[in-house]
Design a protein around this ligand. Structure first.
Ligand code: ACO
Length: 334
C-alpha cells in the first residue's frame, strides 16, 4: 500500500516520541519491537518497569531502546500535578486529586505531551474509547479555533475509480454521538485537513444525508444543509457540498441527475456523515462487506495527536498508527 509506505518513511525521518500507556500489553510490546527495529518512532512505555520487562520476556520480544516510565514513581509527578491544577482551576482540581489521577497511565501520558516530554500517544488496546479520550480532552484540549475532536477513518476500497485512487476518508466514525450543525461543520473542515495532510489528496467533501439538494424535507436534512453553509464560511478554500445522498456523492451518473452543478457530487473523496451512528455503522459495512482496509480512527482537532485503538486491534494496526501519529505530530508544526 503506497500511502502507508510513504507515511512510514516520513515517520522514520521525523523520529517523534510516542507514548504508549498500555506498557504491559502483549500487542503493544510486539508493536514496540517492530517500531524500534524499523526505526519508525521513539517509544515510551508506561507502567512498572519490572512488570513491563517481564511481559516482554513472556512475549519473546526485545524492547531495548524503549524508554520505560513508571507513572507512580516518576520524578515529574509533582510538576505535572501543578500543571493539571492550573489547567483545571475553574473545575477546582486539587494537587492531591491530580497526584492520584497521575497514577493512571491514561492521565500521565497526556501530561507528558502537555509538558513537551512526548509528541503523541496511542492507547485503547485494553481501554474503552471514553477512558482514553476524557483525559486528553481535559488536559491537552483542542487546537485553537477548533471546539470538537472527531475521528476519521482512511478507507482503502478495492476500486480505484472511487475517491483518491481508491482511498476515501470517512468521519466522524468515533467520537461525537450527535454533533450539532456547527460541530458537523468543524468536523468537515478538520477531516478535509486530515485528508490533505495524511493522504495527500485534494479534498472534495460530501456532507451526507438521506436527501440530495432538498429532495426531502426534515430537520435532519436542514441540519446537514446548515452545516454545509457554516463549513463554507469557516473555510471557503475547501471544496464542500451538501446535503448529498451517498450515491449522489460517489456515482457520476447519479450526480448528473441529482446535483448537476456540484463540483463534489459524483467524485467525493471525503464523506462526512450526519452523526456517529451512521458513520460508525457505515465504515464497518464498507470494511466488512466490501473488504476495504480501514485505518483509524485518526483523531483530529486535538492540540496534539492522541489516537485511540480498537480493542480488537492487531500488532500492525498499532505500528501503522504510530506512523500516522508521528505524521500528525509533524504536521502540527508546518
Ligand atoms: N471534543 C472536545 N472535547 C470534548 C469532546 C469532543 N468531541 N467531547 C467531550 N469533550 C470534553 C468536554 O467538554 C468535557 O470537558 P470539561 O471536563 O473540561 O468540561 C470533557 O471532555 C468531558 O466531557 P463529557 O461530556 O463529560 O464527556 P463524556 O466523558 O461523557 O464523553 C466521550 C466524551 C467519551 C468521547 C463520549 O462522547 C463518547 O463516549 N463518545 C463515543 C465514543 C465511542 O464509543 N465511539 C465508538 C467506538 S470507536 C470505534 O468504533 C472506532
Amino acid at each position: 500500500m503506497k500511502l502507508l509506505e510513504r507515511v512510514i518513511k516520513n515517520a522514520q525521518s521525523y523520529q517523534k516520541r510516542i507514548v504508549l500507556p498500555e506498557g504491559n500489553e502483549p500487542r503493544t510490546l510486539r508493536a514496540t519491537e517492530i517500531i524500534l527495529n524499523e526505526n519508525i518512532a521513539r517509544i515510551i512505555l508506561l507502567g512498572n518497569p519490572v512488570e513491563i520487562m517481564q511481559a516482554a520476556e513472556e512475549c519473546g520480544v526485545n524492547i531495548k531502546g524503549a524508554v520505560l516510565v513508571d507513572p507512580k514513581t516518576d520524578e515529574r509527578r509533582s510538576h505535572y500535578a501543578d500543571l493539571m491544577v492550573e489547567i483545571r482551576k475553574s473545575k477546582g482540581l486539587t494537587k492531591e486529586e491530580a497526584l492520584e489521577m497521575l497514577n493512571d497511565p491514561l492521565v500521565f501520558a497526556p501530561m507528558m505531551i502537555k509538558n513537551g516530554d512526548a509528541d503523541g500517544e496511542i492507547a485503547g488496546a485494553i481501554n474503552a474509547t471514553g477512558d482514553v479520550l476524557r483525559p486528553a480532552f481535559q488536559f491537552v484540549k483542542t487546537l485553537p479555533g477548533v471546539s470538537v475532536v472527531s475521528g476519521a477513518f482512511l478507507m482503502f476500497v478495492n476500486d480505484p475509480h472511487f475517491g483518491h485512487d481508491g482511498i476515501l476518508v470517512f468521519a466522524d466514525c468515533a467520537v461525537m454521538p450527535d454533533p450539532d450543525e456547527r460541530q458537523l461543520a468543524e468536523i468537515a473542515i478538520t477531516t478535509a485537513k486530515t485528508a490533505k495532510s495524511i493522504v495527500g489528496m485534494e479534498p472534495r467533501v460530501a456532507m451526507l444525508s438521506f436527501s440530495t439538494k432538498g429532495s426531502a424535507q426534515h430537520e435532519r436534512v436542514s441540519k446537514v444543509e446548515n452545516a454545509t453553509r457554516i463549513a463554507k464560511e469557516l473555510d471557503s478554500t475547501v471544496k464542500i457540498d451538501g446535503e448529498l445522498q451517498l450515491d449522489a456523492a460517489l456515482i457520476p451518473e447519479v450526480a448528473k441527475l441529482k446535483a448537476p452543478d456540484s463540483e463534489v457530487a459524483g467524485r467525493a473523496n471525503v464523506l462526512v456523515f450526519p452523526g456517529l451512528e451512521a458513520a460508525n455503522i457505515g465504515y464497518k459495512l464498507v470494511q466488512r462487506l466490501a473488504k476495504a482496509e480501514a485505518i483509524g480512527p485518526v483523531l483530529q482537532g486535538m492540540a496534539a495527536p492522541i489516537n485511540d485503538l480498537s480493542r480488537g486491534c492487531s500488532v500492525s494496526d498499532i505500528v501503522n498508527m504510530a506512523a500516522i501519529t508521528s505524521n500528525q505530530a509533524a504536521a502540527l508544526f508546518e
